[in-house]
Design a protein around this ligand. Structure first.
Ligand code: GDP
Ligand code: MG
Length: 137
C-alpha cells in the first residue's frame, strides 16, 4: 500500500551541503518517488503549526529559531511503507543514540540540529502535508 510522507531537510543539512547525500539515500530505496520538492524559508506561523505539539516544551523556542535560521528543503515522498521507512533512514531524534548508517547517526551530534524531519505516522503525514503542500493534498 503506497503512502506519502513529509520530509524536511533542516537548515543544518542545507548549510552543510548534505542535500544530495540525504536525498540520495531516500531515492535509492526501491520504488519510492519524490513527488514534490522545494527549497524554502519557513515563517513563524508555519513553524508554529508544524511543531504545535511541542509548544511549551523547553526545546520549543530554540527549535523554531533554528528552523527559521536558513532555508529548508521540503519534499513529499511516496511509496510502500514510506512513513516508517524514512523514519528508519533518519534514525532516532538524538543523533548520538542513532546508529551509524542512519542519516542522524552518520552526520549529527546535537539533538536540535539533527538534519531531517519526517512525519511519524499516517495522521501526522496528512496534517503536515496540508501545511507544506496544500495543493498536493
Ligand atoms: P523527531 O520526530 O525525531 O524529529 O523528534 P520530536 O518530534 O520529538 O522533536 C522535534 C524536533 O525537536 C527534533 O527533531 C529535534 O530537532 C528537537 N528536539 C526534540 N527533543 C529535543 C530535546 O530534548 N532537546 C533539544 N535541544 N531539541 C529537541
Ligand atoms: Mg516529531
Amino acid at each position: 500500500m503506497s503512502e506519502r510522507t513529509l520530509v524536511l531537510l533542516k537548515p543544518d543539512a542545507v548549510r552543510r551541503g548534505l542535500i544530495g547525500e540525504i536525498i540520495g539515500r531516500i531515492e535509492r530505496k526501491a520504488g519510492w518517488t519524490i513527488s514534490a520538492l522545494e527549497l524554502r524559508s519557513l515563517d513563524q506561523a508555519t513553524l508554529e503549526q508544524h511543531y504545535g505539539e511541542h509548544q511549551g516544551k523547553p526545546f520549543y523556542e530554540p527549535l523554531v529559531a533554528f528552523m527559521a535560521s536558513g532555508p529548508v528543503v521540503a519534499l513529499v515522498v511516496e511509496g510502500e511503507r514510506v512513513i516508517e521507512g524514512v523514519r528508519a533512514l533518519a534514525g532516532p531524534t538524538d543523533p548520538i543514540a542513532a546508529a551509524p548508517g542512519s542519516i542522524r547517526g552518520d552526520f549529527g551530534v546535537i539533538v536540535r540540529e539533527n538534519l531531517i524531519h519526517a512525519s511519524d505516522s499516517a495522521e501526522s503525514a496528512e496534517r503536515e502535508l496540508k501545511i507544506f503542500f496544500p495543493s498536493a493534498v
